[in-house]
Write a protein that binds this ligand. Structure first.
Ligand code: NAD
Length: 298
């Protein structure tokens, strides 16, 4: 069934996601504060709106893909009163679990319906419509959003009630951050012990050390030819995005009083690393920092 969708936030992720909705036959009214992003999106068949409020008027579903929780909540304050009652608000941004729950509450108070549906898969996945969505909200809301999510991704998992999608996203990325540091430290330890990268890879990738950070995004060049380490750590998954997600995980760890020492430590390490390299390096480039600092401790 073709739907009328308002898509707010047409940046690196939102632009190609909205374009895939158009390709699937939906009518998409788009808005972005950045005139360039809006113009580029118009070239993919999206109808540009003069404001977010104009985009949502008459929409069946509103999709947001914005930088952070404050952007989503500020926008909701502007547009919840202008949408048709009962409109489904799907937020695909990666934001704090607490902000996601607040967004659901504000939507419900305004007689709208909400779903948090952050993604993994990056810009490549957004362009190829192979994203994975992690959704939080009611069953009816998930069922209604599913055909739209299917047009933008390859998999959508309903994780539970309000905020559960964001919770799944930050828990997954906390595993990823910790495992990338563990793999990187192991390679640098191997170097100091005279062990070749290939030998450690051949053992660990088929033994109990196996994980995505090793076997897909290997932080040293050689063993996995497609990993960012082979192209001077060009992203991939930018260090700044990993730092952001780990910061959200650390907020939730503290808010919940969870004894997650590694989760907090890895957030600190990635915050410092991202301050140096921003979005220019893949998060696996942290292996170089570990190597540089190892010399200091010897
Ligand atoms: P981006 O900065 O490229 O795009 C965000 C867009 O939102 C910008 O174009 C900005 O102008 C627009 N915007 C901000 N406030 C607005 C408002 N009030 N109204 C209209 N437009 C507004 O960021 P991105 O890389 O597309 O990421 C978007 C979200 O997706 C973030 O939450 C990010 O953490 C998450 N994410 C990104 C990736 C990735 O690889 N880039 C992967 C997974 C998740």
């Amino acid at each position: 069934m073709s739907r009328t969708v308002a898509f707010i936030g047409l940046g690196h992720m939102g632009g190609p996601m909205a374009a895939n909705l158009v390709k699937a036959g939906h009518r998409v009214h788009g808005f972005d504060l950045d005139a360039t992003a809006l113009r580029e999106a118009t070239g993919t068949g999206i109808t540009p709106a003069g404001s977010a409020a104009e985009a949502v008027a008459g929409a069946d579903v509103v999709i947001t893909m914005l930088p952070a929780g404050r952007h989503v909540l500020d926008l909701y304050d502007t547009i919840l009163s202008t949408a048709r009652p009962g409109t489904l608000f799907v937020d695909c941004s990666t934001i704090d679990v607490a902000d996601a729950r607040t967004a659901h509450e504000r939507a419900e108070t305004a007689r709208m319906r909400g779903l948090d549906a952050p993604v993994s898969g990056g810009v490549v996945g957004a362009e190829a419509a192979t994203l994975t969505f992690m959704a939080g909200g009611g069953h009816a809301e998930f069922a209604e959003a599913e055909p739209l999510l299917a047009a933008m991704g390859k998999r959508a998992v309903h994780c539970g009630g309000a905020g559960a999608g964001q919770a799944a996203k930050i828990c997954n990325n906390m595993i990823l951050g910790v495992s990338m540091i563990a793999v990187s430290e192991a390679f640098v330890l191997g170097e100091s012990l005279g062990l070749s990268h290939q030998a450690l890879y051949d053992v660990a990738s088929t033994a109990s050390g196996q994980c995505w950070a090793l076997s897909v995004n290997c932080p040293v060049p050689g063993p996995v030819p497609a990993s960012p380490a082979n192209r001077d750590y060009r992203p991939g998954f930018a260090a700044s995005l990993m730092a952001k997600d780990l910061g959200l995980a650390a907020n939730a760890v503290r808010a919940g009083g969870v004894h997650a020492e590694l989760g907090l430590k890895v957030a600190e390490l990635y915050a410092a690393y991202a301050e140096q390299v921003g979005a220019a390096e893949d998060f696996s480039g942290i292996v170089r920092i570990i190597r540089d600092h190892s010399g200091e401790q010897a």
